[in-house]
Design a protein around this ligand. Structure first.
Ligand SMILES: *[C@@H]1O[C@H](CO)[C@@H](O)[C@H](O)[C@H]1NC(C)=O
Ligand SMILES: *[C@@H]1O[C@H](CO)[C@@H](O)[C@H](O)[C@H]1NC(C)=O
Ligand SMILES: *[C@@H]1O[C@H](CO)[C@@H](O)[C@H](O)[C@H]1NC(C)=O
Length: 815
């Protein structure tokens, strides 16, 4: 097809050339037209024919073609015909000139003849339209409005005329249309017209193909790609990925912990899409807890997060793009509890001290426990140690009562340290403890208890006044006054006399003092009840018996009952002349009011007329002949016997024994009666003694009274001022067995205090007296026969004031 049409073209051209030549006729100018790009050797004109000359003629006349200026020859003359000698490119020869021709000179010789040959070069469509660049780049802002025009580069086609660019076409698209226009010189150009607004965020670039077509046949076209880059306009807000971010954060999260990363996107580009994050609305507290990274949107912890302080935060975050468009999102941070608070124990009330007599189950305190955490972290178990008589009873929510579980005894345990431990149920659990000091207060529940069940005290007679007899101690474990013990004597009587006149007790120390001197010979023991009483209210007391035993002292010298004291001529013993060695001649009978060793008497002959004739039994007092009496022995034998007791120191008495060695009473008529009836004579002698004693006593008494009267007149208040009170102490008789020779009534020792009205003088009458009563007043009676007794008036030392009556110290021995 193609080849056929090319031949056709050839043929048409030849026709056209022939016509051209013909029209010129013999005009000597020849003109030919030839398309460009013909093959070499192509014949395009017949000169011979056009000039009407034979081919032979032409060669003969050396016809040749000269080119006017050019070196290059594009055609040749061969056998009268013009042929293409070289490729002709119209565009090279003439560019874009609309017509293009080459001029030659046909020269003939013989005759010289010249013809002008014009070779018209025809254009063929051998070039396609071409755009300067294969890609046309356009940058169009997305804000460009509809109808905006954007000129496009022109395409170029070297061909001319119809073969030049005739039209442009644009690939079909939704955004642009093409507008074709012509320059004044006829050249076509085109513009892109925005038909629909661009959105960079939808499509960042639009690629179109633009085609330029020429009008040749066949038509040629060239294509360029239009790349429309949609430029961003800040037409988009940043958009957060979530409008509300809900996160939970454990409390105590360390600093720099990432809470959440908010992120917003901005469809815009560049600065318009560059987002910075900031807190837009945040509480003063939250601003100290959280910070946000402006670039990444990462929210981190910068402060101590405490659930108990605040358990949720609401932050507003603003995301702003470079051009200032912003949007907000909310971040809700819920703080989750961590068991970071130990329970706290509050002692709400405490009734201390606890009286020791409270009943088990008594409430003594209220305890409250609290934990700031929540949930299980807030659940608290409370306990106290086991070994105390208290327990915790759960009461209303978080309250416990502390109650006693058993009886308390302050005397056993006076105070308790109770440790309350509160543990929560967190994991790990936290606990705290508190120690409370519970003191038990005293109740007077213990009576004083004496250290001993009973006390025995031994006091030597003739003790000093206020000398201590013994000391009792009672203990009371109670507190202070409830345990303070006072001692007192239980009122009672000993031999009819109040016990207080014998002893007194120091109420504080329990030391018992004698308030009088005791006489063993009067009584040997008595009992005192001591009461120990505490100072409680009501007081408790207990009592104890103190047995006071008076021990003997050798204060009585032996008393000789037989023979009667010295100087008495009645007591002469008859010794038969025929008395043999060993025979009993007499016996000294003595007694001692003391007892024991103090009353153990021993007899000794200290002086005798004829030593060796008589001996005395050391303890029996029996006087025996040591050898047979002989005629040569003196009739009168005197012995001085010493009777000594065994006390320390020992006391002794002496007596004389008169012995008459004779068989005949007549030799000693004055002793006749007695020798027969010893007891009778003894009685008689007693009677005589009594008589003498009474009269002596009476006389003495008269003298005494006179003396007192005189004394009284001088110092009226000194001795027997008014009524002399002699306490009528009743004392039982004291008996002493001496040597088994019979029961002998010993003297009574009698102590009495006499207080004169002047309160200064205490007199003690120490008297041996065998009467049961000591008469008051001035009369002192004696029974007859008490010839051996002595009445001693001895002034004692004055414990309080001995000076005033020191002049009255009397020592009266009245025997
Ligand atoms: C109780 O605690 C106090 C002080 O710590 C201490 O002095 C006291 O002896 C304790 N009492 C008991 C019964 O443990
Ligand atoms: C002594 O006991 C009584 C109850 O018997 C009590 O009221 C008082 O407080 C106690 N005194 C002291 C000092 O403990
Ligand atoms: C002395 O104690 C006994 C038993 O301890 C008691 O029976 C008696 O009543 C008490 N006597 C006095 C006077 O308190």
């Amino acid at each position: 097809m193609m080849k056929g049409s090319e031949e056709n073209l050839h043929f048409l051209a030849i026709i056209w050339m022939a016509v051209f030549v013909f029209l010129r006729g013999c005009n000597c100018d020849l003109s030919y037209s030839v398309p460009e790009e013909m093959k070499r050797g192509t014949v395009f004109g017949n000169i011979a024919k056009d000039l009407g000359l034979a081919v032979k003629t032409l060669s003969d006349r050396k016809a040749r073609i000269d080119m006017e200026s050019e070196d290059r020859r594009f055609c040749d003359l061969q056998r009268g015909e013009l042929v293409i000698a070289e490729r002709i490119d119209r565009e090279e020869l003439c560019g874009s000139k609309p017509s293009c021709s080459l001029n030659y000179e046909l020269v003939l010789e013989n005759p010289l003849e010249s013809h002008r040959i014009t070779l018209q070069i025809e254009d063929i469509n051998d070039h396609s339209p071409r755009f300067p660049k294969s890609e046309i780049k356009l940058e169009i802002g997305e804000s460009a409005i509809k109808g905006a025009r954007f000129p496009l580069d022109e395409a170029h086609d070297s061909d001319v005329g119809r073969n030049g660019i005739q039209t442009y076409s644009l690939e079909k698209n939704e955004y642009f249309t093409l507008s074709l226009n012509s320059h004044s010189n006829g050249r076509k150009y085109c513009e892109l017209v925005l038909d629909k607004e661009l959105d960079r965020e939808v499509q960042q670039e639009v690629i179109l193909s633009l085609t330029a077509s020429d009008g040749g046949s066949p038509q040629r076209s060239g294509t360029a790609v239009i790349r429309v880059i949609v430029l961003d306009a800040n037409d988009n807000l940043p958009i957060f990925s979530e409008t509300v971010y809900e996160v939970s954060l454990p409390e105590n999260s360390p600093l720099s912990t990432v809470v959440v990363t908010v992120s917003a996107t901005d469809a815009d580009e560049g600065a318009n899409g560059e987002i910075t994050y900031k807190f837009s609305h945040i509480s003063d507290k939250a601003i100290r807890m959280f910070s946000i990274d402006e670039v990444t949107g990462q929210i981190t912890v910068i402060g101590p997060i405490d659930y108990e302080d605040q358990n949720e935060y609401e932050l507003w975050v603003k995301a702003k793009d470079g051009a200032g468009l912003a949007s907000n999102a909310k971040v809700d941070i819920e703080i989750t509890d961590v068991n970071d608070n130990a329970p706290v124990i509050y002692i709400k009330s405490l009734n201390v001290p606890i009286p020791e007599n409270v009943a088990p189950g008594t409430e003594i305190g209220i305890i409250n426990v609290q934990d700031k955490d929540t949930g299980g972290n807030k659940q608290i178990r409370c306990s106290i140690q086991q070994n105390v008589p208290f327990k915790l009873n759960p009461s209303i929510k978080n309250y416990y009562t502390l109650v006693t579980t058993s009886d308390l005894d302050r005397e056993l345990v006076g105070d308790y340290n109770v440790t309350i431990i509160a543990t929560d149920e967190g994991s790990p659990p936290l606990s705290s403890s508190k120690t409370i000091h519970l003191s038990v207060s005293d109740v007077n529940d213990n009576p004083p208890v004496f250290e001993l069940q009973s006390y025995s005290a031994y006091v030597t007679e003739n003790n000093k006044l206020y000398s201590s007899v013994c000391s009792v101690t009672a203990r009371d474990p109670d507190w202070r006054q409830n345990g303070t013990v006072f001692y007192s004597l239980l009122p009672s009587e000993v031999n009819g006399v109040p016990v207080s006149s014998y002893v007194s007790i120091n109420g504080d120390t329990g030391v018992i003092h004698a308030v009088r001197a005791f006489d063993y010979e009067q009584f040997r023991s008595f009992k005192v009840q001591v009461v120990a009483r505490d100072n409680g209210s009501p007081p408790l007391s207990s009592n104890v018996t103190v047995s006071v035993f008076i021990t003997d002292e050798n204060d009585n010298s032996p008393q000789i009952l037989y023979p009667t004291p010295e100087g008495n001529s009645f007591m002469t013993e008859m010794v038969p002349k025929a008395a043999l060695s060993g025979s009993l001649v007499s016996k000294v009978i003595a007694v001692d009011a003391d007892s024991g060793q103090n009353a153990w008497l021993s007899y000794q002959i200290v002086k005798s007329t004829d030593p060796g004739l008589f001996a005395i039994g050391l303890h029996s007092g029996e006087i025996r002949a040591q050898r047979d009496i002989s005629e040569s022995d003196s009739m009168k034998q005197n012995l001085v016997i010493s009777v000594k007791d065994n006390g320390q120191p020992s006391l002794s008495t002496t007596c004389a024994v008169y012995l008459l060695i004779s068989d005949n009473l007549a030799e000693v008529p004055e002793l006749k009666d007695m020798s027969y009836e010893e007891s009778n004579s003894k009685l008689t002698s007693y009677l005589i003694i009594a008589l003498v004693s009474v009269s002596t006593f009476f006389l003495t008494f008269i003298i005494l009274i006179v003396a007192i009267r005189i004394c009284h007149r001088r110092k009226p208040r000194l001795l027997f001022d008014g009524a002399v009170a002699i306490p009528s102490a009743y004392l039982p008789p004291n008996y002493a067995d001496v040597d088994g020779t019979g029961t002998l009534r010993s003297a009574y020792n009698y102590d009495a205090y006499m207080t004169t009205g002047s309160r200064t003088s205490d007199f003690k009458f120490v008297t041996s007296y065998n009467d049961n009563t000591l008469p008051s007043g001035t009369t002192l009676k004696r029974s007859p026969g008490d010839n051996s007794d002595c009445l001693n008036f001895t002034s004692l030392d004055f414990p309080e004031n001995g000076s005033k009556c020191s002049t009255l110290v009397n020592h009266l021995n009245i025997c």
